[in-house]
Design a protein around this ligand. Sequence first.
Ligand code: MOS
Length: 741
Amino acid sequence: MSEQAFVIGQTVRRLDAVGKVIGETPFPGDINMEGQLWMKIRFADRVHARITAIDTSKAEAHPGVVAVLTAKDVPVNEYGLGIPDQPVLCGPGSAKEGADIVRCISDQVALVVADTEEAAAEAARLIEITYEDLPIVDDPHLAMQEGAPQLHPHAPNNILTHYRIRHGDVEAGWAQADVVVEGEYRTGFQEHAYLQPEAGLGYIDEEGRVTVIVAGQWVHKDRQQIAHALNLPEEQVRVIYPAIGGAFGGREDMSVQIVLALAAMKVGRPVKIIWSREESIIGHHKRHPMTIRARWGATRDGKVVVAEAEIIADAGAYAYTSPKVLGNAHLMVCGPYEIPNAKVDSYAVYTNNVPSGAFRGFGGPQACFAAENQMNRLAEALGMDPVELRLKNVLRDGSITVVGTPLPPGVTLDRVLAEGAIQSGYWERTEDGWRQRPLQQPADPTRRRGVGVAMGFKNVGFSFGAPEENWATVELYGETEIERVVVREAGADVGQGAHTVFVQMAAEAVGVPVEKVELIGHDTAHTGNSGSSSASRMTFMAGNAIKGAAQLALEKWRNEERPAIATYQYRAPRTTPYDPETGRAEPNFAYGYVAQFVEVEVDVETGQIEVVRVVSAHDVGKAINPQLVEGQIEGAVVQALGYAIMENLVTDQGRILNPYLSTYLIPTVWDIPKEIKPVILEYADPRGPWGARGMAEMPFIPLAPAITAAVHQATGIWFERIPLIPERVVFKLREKGLGVI
Ligand code: MOS
């Protein structure tokens, strides 16, 4: 067995590359079964209303219709990743209290199963639903007030979650502060816009299990939620993911999983569904819009001594992952800095908007937008270089965070910032400290150029005491030498290349070339629980599990067992929830660190912002597959660019006015930077497999505030609200007299 790494750190070609390039890889929508039927979902027509009656007679009589299912057909009519607060189908007739109420337009009311998709769609329109309208609240600030419409009995004043931080003595902090900076930051919804809208097949498999082929992020959690709603033992349910066309957090919660299983169970034949883009945009959650008020104080010499913040997050109609997302925002709203005195109140509030939930960064980008704008504005107020100021304040090994505990060992924020700043070419270090190099302005006077910096940290893994585990089995086949390795690992490859990395790590751990390794992936019939492909955790978690299983299998191999098969369950170090009064916690066991340097050009006539160049510096611990790491950086930067300057989901009274990619604009090849330069640093995480940290979300996190800093340098204006769509930018430019002919 080789001691030296030979597969780790190599850009091994993705296992799925050829199949995807030539179009042969089956995604859920591509899979068909003998005798399959088609399903259409009738979504709610209202935003907040009680359903008093549903007449399905015309739909049932429609040619080709096999079944029409409503709330009365759902055995346990509730679901939810954390809190089961959403009916599977809204309407009368189920035992679940409150299931007759529609709370947002994403709610599903009825299912039609028919011979063809057209027949199902036509019949779905024939269902007559009688509503009794209820008052709508579409703004979390209003929803928190006395007398607002109440959405759920368990959330007085619609407050789903309230976290606090009470750290140090803020009064003493304000007394020390020479400079104070204050802002009110607002961030918008964001749609995941994955390539493949929700789709799948439900059927009864050869062992009689209710089976769903679908795209998700965690097969075992999907199975658990399906089993709960169908009132079946989990062994009676099977979930299989074929190729997954992107996820980004948008597939953490249920979309078509439960209803496909329900329909297949009821009709006993395969049932297929494919959502249109419009159905996808209406039917799944969005990134949380947040309003963040922040006030920070620093001494004249650049030490941040106090921070206060309030976060109000729009949770939408159901909980989804709001408590976790808000938890991250709560931790990150004071930035990756050592601030001795802090007071934070964070609220996630129910409204009648489409639910908010997981989206790459998980609350981090919103909080970072506030924190890093604060830092850049402090630098301006102090007349200090923003890199210099950050280096005076960043968390280091042993520094105490605002939640009263240090980060886990291996904190490299200072090096990520400093090395990124140098390699960006925008900064230099002189005898007097850090300074930005002069920037050439374009010849065209309507175009102004600017550079900005921002940084961030992001946890790897579930947080706040949630149990963390990852299961893997390694099987070694052969006689005298290992001829074939089978690794079983359920972690979802959502398109990021996780399966390739699993195979690389298995090959490395066993000491064989990757060609000898075969992966059995996400299918609950053949794997154990590996947790979600989320929170930048899968390389870290699966790597430790695969490594553990390989070591045990090799031991058996040395003891002449043939085949040598071993299973290992990796359990991550324990974390703790926030103290309800002070927020004190050990929230996470690992982090990744990032700093970004952005150059923009602003057209002061049109308000159009062009992001010209992005340098994204990361400590990834160990790049298991460098090209996949670069791919994550490029993808996240483009996605964050959309978030920061383009993507504008417009809602009115809980309805989405632009549920189309023709009007909800995401970046295309014309909008992306001419250069995205990755700076990949490898300071090993002592707990990571081969030192690896997670890195999927990190390159998303600081981009928006780096852009606003660059726009400020270009125009002199601090923007506090994203997305920076041209009309918003133009408005502020004209206020300042810029771009007037
Ligand atoms: Mo991702 S937002 O952690 O599913």
